[in-house]
Design a protein around this ligand. Sequence first.
Ligand SMILES: [Zn+2]
Length: 505
Amino acid sequence: MSATLEHGAAAVTIGGVPYEAVMGIECHVELKTDTKMFCGCRNVFGAEPNTNVCPVCLGMPGALPVPNRAAIELLVKAGLAFGSEIPAFSKFDRKNYFYPDMPKDYQISQFDMPLTQGGVVTFRLPDGSKGSCRLTRIHLEEDTGKSSHAGSRDGRIAGSTHSLVDFNRAGVPLMECVSDPDIRSAPAAVAYLEALKRTFVALGVSDVKMEEGSLRCDVNLSLRPLGAAEYGTKTEIKNMNSFNSVRRAIESEIARQAEILEGGGRVVQETRGWNEAEGTTHAMRSKEQAHDYRYFPDPDLTPIEFAPSDVARLRAEMIALPQPRIDRYVDTEHLSIVQAQQIVDTPGLADFYDATRALGAVPQTTVNFVLGDLARLANETGISVADSPVTPAALAELVALVEAKTINSKTAKDLVARLWSEGGSPAKLVADEGLGQVSDTGAIDALVAEIVAANAKTVDDYRAGKTKVLGFLVGQVMKQSRGKANPTLAEERLRAALDGDSPAA
Ligand SMILES: [Zn+2]
């Protein structure tokens, strides 16, 4: 495996030696199903505590689990999106450990035969460059309940007077995505997580709301001299509640480990919690000994067998995936990475953009309208661009009018607002109402002469060296033309008139 491992740039220099950070990420993602993983209880966030529970998810003796087919299919789709292998045979295992919010005292999970194996997540770094991270596996398990600790100031168990348990989350289908240790920097970790999120949202696999806990991630991090084959001792960082805290936690942990190594110390293998307020990680528990979860196949659940036709059906249901789309926008449409991600991340915009482009509209002007005026109007009115009266055909016409310089940018802006409320054809509006840009030098010179005559004082100021009044005079010419003058030509003719080499002077 180390043969295919890529080395990144140095994260830190320790004792004059460049070191790189090596990270793997484990992500827990709650699946967006109607019901829980092994019972018919509703899977919703924010219900009254302990209202969505039954003997199965409360772990009552004798209650038997029934797997949720929808959850299995969602997970397989997630795997297919990243090119994972879907083994024909997989099974559920019991992972045995005690946790106060896990009523059965074991968690149904998958040990050696997960639903998917392998795969690659590709992403773009903020500078537009490409990155990738291999997946080890994606497996399916059930979530635990949730404990709240009361009586302590910060809600932590230390100093609390009593604890409460809500089992609404117990048994919610949870997908765990385990990555290979391919991540080399904090921005790459965030880009990887954003790529997962974008894909899961597009596929309808999950809401991926970190603030509601439907995506939780742990980062394993170690440092090693750049180019070394051996891994350093890793720590696991937990409790990040936003992508920004993931970035900050990684940067803080790299600095902490570097300081230990710099001082000749040894990094201890342990789990560390991220403290958002202090911006530091703290030791939670030692991981020196591997846990013995005594996994064994769950005798209440039959193994899952996938026929090739099942996989083919799920593959056929896959929609256009966001990450390849972003790559296409950047590589062949030459949009910026920010533009590409914005259209892909706003529901319906990418389809609208593609439909407009299919009619021959040029990419950059199209994306400027889509992300500019149209996205703003969608925000202001609460109507999506796709549901608005503006059609891709109308936008393609508008783009063509701008590109041909038939209308100026001011008229184009006004037209977008009119199309948004009334629909219609911009070419027809321009023809019917004579909105075409005035680029006729004679007509512009006539307007310039009027403005020069009406603004004697300002003209004197300009000629006396206060050239910044030019903008005001250009504005007056534009206004006189009712917004239709070609602004570049207006400025050029005005400047000529004021500088004295035009008949208008
Ligand atoms: Zn239940």
